[in-house]
Design a protein around this ligand. Structure first.
Ligand code: BGC
Length: 694
């Protein structure tokens, strides 16, 4: 499929013009706004189908009733739950993002949808954002490299991906109207690159306008975002969809180039693009030709997605074994081994002792919660079930809940903890699965702090006292504070909302059938006070939130200001070891005479088991007329190696890898000088260093 609407051939363009000439104004308007929570109106007499949208990025959402705007409740909409998009980013493997997107796209089409409202790629600006689990990372380069194949995978199924939420939608507090102020440099260096890559490299056919305001204007009315950047600078020629209820003024949204006005009310005629737009056209304030232009673009997209010739369109498929396998593969690669002392992990495959599984998250389904990304999963294997299935029936796994998320159980807290500690003390090994759930990682609300809820810190401390061989599995979509117990825990695993097959993937990692290879896509700071928004302010702000930390988000802050995190960006251990040797740097003239650098180095698996390593390359500008972060990720490659095997990794650094965004020039600028090239296993575990003069 061409990932652009401008390559549509002449014959189709003629058909589109004929269709437009045959449509009444009402019919045209019906195509521009919701006529159900997730559908527009088609024009049946002309063979134009409605558009069907569906939420992602964790799977295809359930069906909604037109009148009640709530779930229909049939079983036909059960679907595969995929790992959350943060987990996809944690694989650090673009092939996994492609596989995830491809399987998700199959489900989208299999469920008869045309647009997947995914992936979400807003920056993890603070650990507290409730929707971090729907976003990839704190780093724009990692986001760019991972969202492009995700989008391509989705769109291979004759459906469009809709990248969201454009732009600077980094908090849930006052999400419908908060005004975001961010300087031009941070905007370009952090908040835009993912969207630009999605459009220019991923060929993303749709963009969702965010709820919030940017510099005093709602995103869906915002000329700078929607016209200057998206259309004029990046050349986007696809469709813009409002977030559900993000349009507040018909004319401003039309002028900004929003094609679809979507909402969650069942008063469909009152949508801004329904009667209000009709009145503006009739009053001559908006021309019918403008409406034609919007319809034309939508029809182009319909032809592009083969909606007008369904016999040639991919049928898709949902709940297939193939899709479940993809979900499992991604889940496996997303799991991050944060700490592993005394080789507590992996647990022996022929383990004959007693195992206790403790923690509510071990025994809780997560997929159907969290807000719009919730999925009515056909099935979901939670950790306890995954461990039991993995070990088989000869093995008796004992379970204790340990803590409860139910506020009514508060007076049970001590009893639950005591039961769990007793079980822990009498077991050889304990697997604790706690963390957050979608009462915290959720749409519409930010977290109040970074602490583990439900008294888990105290519980984990007591479990470690009762049994030092307690593996801590933290399940969350964003960083949590681990201060009170981390130094005593021998093994800690980061496990995300991992979908349908998550529990199996976790068991495979814990018992060593899969060697963990995930890396953190976001820094886990020691405490909230350490985060840049705590230091500089401001979060969540009031009417306005000013991103006072500027470019210093995530490791750009921690590494520049010497703040030691609990687990740094890019961190993730393996059951084997990797050696980095022989860094070579070659400077050359790239296209149009711009300088580029080719970095090569050798990666060797020096341990006893096969495994994969996401080798990372950071660029550091040693002297510059503007302040620059201590280092910035500019390349990575995930390499699978058998014991003793080596591979040469080669990473090309284009000119842009060395540039900063100059607010004077309003453009990217390369300031000549020396640059350090840092290669390593994480942002703080640098194994090789070199420098180039540009
Ligand atoms: C969310 C979007 C979502 C839309 C439709 C909004 O509330 O912000 O991410 O796609 O609802 O469900």
């Amino acid at each position: 499929m061409n990932a652009t609407l401008s390559l549509i051939d002449e014959g189709v363009l003629e058909k589109i013009e004929t269709l437009i000439s045959e449509m009444t104004l009402e019919e045209k308007l019906g195509m521009l706004h919701g006529d159900n929570v997730y559908d527009t109106k088609g024009v049946a007499r002309l063979g134009i189908p409605p558009f069907h949208f569906s939420d992602g990025p964790m799977g295809v959402r359930g069906e909604f009733d037109r009148e009640t705007c709530s779930y229909v409740g049939d079983t036909g909409d059960f679907a595969t739950a995929f790992p959350c998009i943060t987990a996809v980013a944690a694989t650090w493997n673009p092939e996994m993002a492609y596989e995830n997107g491809k399987a998700l796209g199959r489900e989208v089409r299999g469920r008869g949808k045309d647009v997947s409202l995914s992936p979400g790629i807003n920056i993890h600006r603070t650990p507290l954002c409730g929707r971090n689990f729907e976003y990839m990372s704190e780093d724009p380069y990692l986001i760019s490299r991972m969202c492009v194949p995700e989008i391509q995978g989705i769109q291979e199924n004759d459906v469009a991906a809709c990248i969201k939420h454009f732009a600077v939608n980094n908090q849930e507090t006052r999400r419908f109207d908060v005004n975001v102020e961010v300087d031009e440099r941070a905007l370009h260096e952090l908040y835009l690159p993912g969207f630009q890559a999605a459009v220019q490299e991923g060929g993303c056919l749709a963009v969702m306008g965010a709820y919030n305001q940017f510099r005093g204007e709602y995103c869906c009315h915002n000329q700078y975002l929607m016209q200057t950047l998206l259309r004029e600078t990046w050349g986007f020629d696809g469709i813009v969809i409002s977030d559900w209820g993000a349009v507040h003024d018909t004319k401003k949204a039309v002028d900004a180039g929003v094609h679809f006005d979507m909402n969650v009310s069942n008063r469909y005629d009152e949508y801004y693009y329904a009667n209000p737009l009709k009145e503006l056209v009739e009053a001559g304030e908006i021309s019918e030709e403008t409406v034609n232009g919007m319809v034309r673009q939508i029809l182009k997209m319909m032809f592009q997605l083969k909606m007008m010739e369904p016999e040639h369109r991919s049928p898709g498929a949902y709940n297939t074994h193939e899709n479940h396998i993809s979900a499992r593969k991604v889940a496996r690669e997303s799991i991050v081994l944060l700490k592993n002392e005394e080789n507590l992990l992996p647990l022996a495959k022929d383990f004959h002792g007693s195992i206790a599984v403790i923690g509510e998250n071990a025994n809780r389904m997560q997929a159907f919660s969290g807000g719009s990304s919730e999925v009515r999963a056909l099935y979901e294997i939670p950790p306890l079930l995954g461990i039991q299935m993995h070990l088989g029936g000869n093995f008796h796994v004992q379970y204790a809940k340990g803590y409860s998320s139910n506020p009514e159980d508060t007076d049970q807290r001590e009893t639950l903890a005591e039961e769990a500690c007793k079980l822990a003390a009498s077991s050889d090994v304990v697997i604790y699965v706690g963390g957050l759930n979608h009462d915290y990682d959720m749409e519409g609300q930010d977290r109040p702090d970074m602490k583990l809820p439900y008294g888990q810190d105290a519980l984990i401390g007591r479990l470690l006292d009762a049994n030092p061989n307690t593996v801590i599995v933290n399940m969350s979509g964003s960083p949590v504070e681990m201060r009170s117990w981390i130094d005593r825990a021998k093994a800690v695993v980061q496990y995300w909302y991992a979908g349908t097959e998550g529990g199996m993937a976790l068991a495979e990692v814990l018992f060593g059938d899969v060697n963990p290879s995930g890396k953190l896509p976001t820094t886990f700071p020691k405490a909230l006070e350490d985060t840049p928004v705590s230091r500089f302010g401001e979060f969540p702000g009031g009417d306005t939130v000013t991103y006072k930390e500027g470019i210093y988000v995530g490791y750009r802050y921690y590494d520049s200001f010497d703040v030691e995190p609990e687990f740094c960006f890019g961190h993730g251990l393996s059951y084997t070891e990797f050696a980095y040797t022989d860094l070579q740097l070659h400077t050359a003239q790239g296209q149009e005479g711009t300088p580029e650098v080719r970095a090569t180095f050798t990666l060797t698996n020096t341990g006893a088991v096969s495994g994969a390593e996401a080798a990372q390359l950071y660029v550091s500008d040693t002297a510059c007329s503007v302040a620059r972060p201590a280092k910035e990720l500019k390349g990575f490659e995930k390499v699978f190696l058998h014991p003793g095997e080596s591979k040469e990794v080669s990473i090309l650094l284009p000119k842009n890898a060395f540039c900063y965004y100059s607010t004077e020039d309003m453009d990217w600028k390369l300031e000549p000088g020396q640059f350090r090239i840092l290669v390593g296993s994480s942002s703080r575990d640098i194994r090789l260093e070199g420098s180039v003069e540009l």
